[in-house]
Design a protein around this ligand. Structure first.
Ligand code: TZP
Ligand code: MG
Length: 227
């Protein structure tokens, strides 16, 4: 049986000096795991293939220790080289059916979607989860196609509530301790709700990534009754 994946607090990494500073990415991720992040995506647009593979191997050693899945952004070859749990692909990366053929049925494959069309296609093609966004404009990723807000997120959730019954969902972009509960509340749709939130800077750039993760997880688990 496929493993049950907990998407509640999904950490996406960033190795740029503006976010990571001069700290070691693996140590920062390990702290975040200690704080309770439930899934990790290694996203690194800067490093060459050799560095990607060696960093992914180090990350996989720590995620395995915490029994948390590690996914690789964009690079199916790196995921295969490392033997980690899956990949996250965007609309301009290798298509989902091809990624599935390469990685097999047990791999976790997530897709970035920012429209109803993209979401429906990803569901039809068998995505395990959707990364819905960009939710709010963010300095972490400025070349985003669309900022869809919580209203756009809710519309996507509604559109996939039948065809995407089994697909899991997270949203991404500008989520931090001040926005997370509003995001969960305002994106709520009765027949298809978010399974979690994906976060870069509010964890990676935090002075204390363990505490930041702990605080965020608590907020995710206890949404307020209304906003
Ligand atoms: N995709 C859409 S927004 C984004 C990605 C990878 C970056 C989100 O970063 P942050 O710091 O959590 O706003
Ligand atoms: Mg990509």
């Amino acid at each position: 049986m496929a493993r049950a994946v907990d998407y509640s607090l999904y950490l996406v990494t960033d190795s740029t000096p503006a976010i990571l500073g001069d700290r070691d990415l693996v140590q920062v991720v390990e702290a975040a795991l200690e704080g309770g992040v439930t899934i990790v995506q290694y996203r690194d647009k800067l490093s060459d293939t050799a560095v990607l593979v060696s960093t992914a191997k180090r990350l996989h050693a720590v995620t395995k220790k915490h029994n948390v899945p590690l996914l690789i952004n964009d690079r199916i070859d790196v995921a295969l080289a490392v033997g980690c749990e899956g990949v996250h692909i965007g609309q301009d990366d290798l298509d989902l059916p091809s990624a599935r053929r390469l990685l097999g049925k047990d791999a976790i494959i997530g897709v970035t979607v920012s429209s109803i069309d993209e979401a429906q296609t990803a569901c039809k093609d068998g995505a395990d989860y959707l990364g819905i966004g960009t939710l709010f404009a963010t300095a972490t990723k400025t070349n985003t196609k669309d900022v869809i807000g919580t209203a756009g997120t809710r519309q996507i959730l509604e559109a996939i509530s039948t065809a995407g019954k089994n697909v899991r969902t997270v949203c991404i972009g500008g989520i931090n301790a001040s926005t997370v509960q509003r995001v969960i509340f305002q994106s709520f749709h009765p027949s298809k709700s978010l399974d979690g939130v994906a976060i870069v800077s509010a964890i990676i750039a935090a002075q204390d990534p363990a505490q930041a993760s702990k605080d965020l997880l608590k907020l995710v688990k206890t949404p307020p009754p209304f906003f």
